[in-house]
Structures are given as structure tokens and as C-alpha cells.
Design a protein around this ligand. Sequence first.
Ligand SMILES: [Zn+2]
Length: 83
Amino acid sequence: MSLIPCPECTKVVSNQAFFCPHCGYPLHPQIKNVVLKGLRILTEIVRNVFTFLVTLVLLILAIGLLMYVSIRAFDYVYRLFIK
Ligand SMILES: [Zn+2]
């Protein structure tokens, strides 16, 4: 066992440690890859949820606008011909 400097915070840590106890930086390449893959997946999920929510809001606005225009058009025709 030897002591190495953390690449992130430069404090001395054991070369056996999986994470830096000072800043949490992943020290082993495999752990680092798992953390990076997890972050990539999390970023993808957040992006997909955001895209879904934006699409949902736009769809609700479009339906609302369509209903508003339909009601106004029906009201116009009603006043013009039926009333
Ligand atoms: Zn560190």
C-alpha cells in the first residue's frame, strides 16, 4: 500500500482507495468508468424527461388554442346564421 496524490484535490490518499476520502473523486479507472457511464445515463434520462415535458406542454397549448379557435368560430357562425 502506498500513498498517492488525488488527481482532483491533490491531497494524499491510499492507492487502495476506490474514492478519494476528501473530495469523492473515483480513483480506480473501472470505478471512474462506471461513474461516468452512470452520469451519461442520468444525463440522457434528464434530457428525455425534459423533452417529454416540453412536448407535453406544447401539445396542451396547441389543443387549447384549437379549442379556443373552434369555440370562437362556432360562436361566430351561430350569431351570423342561427340567431
Ligand atoms: Zn480528492
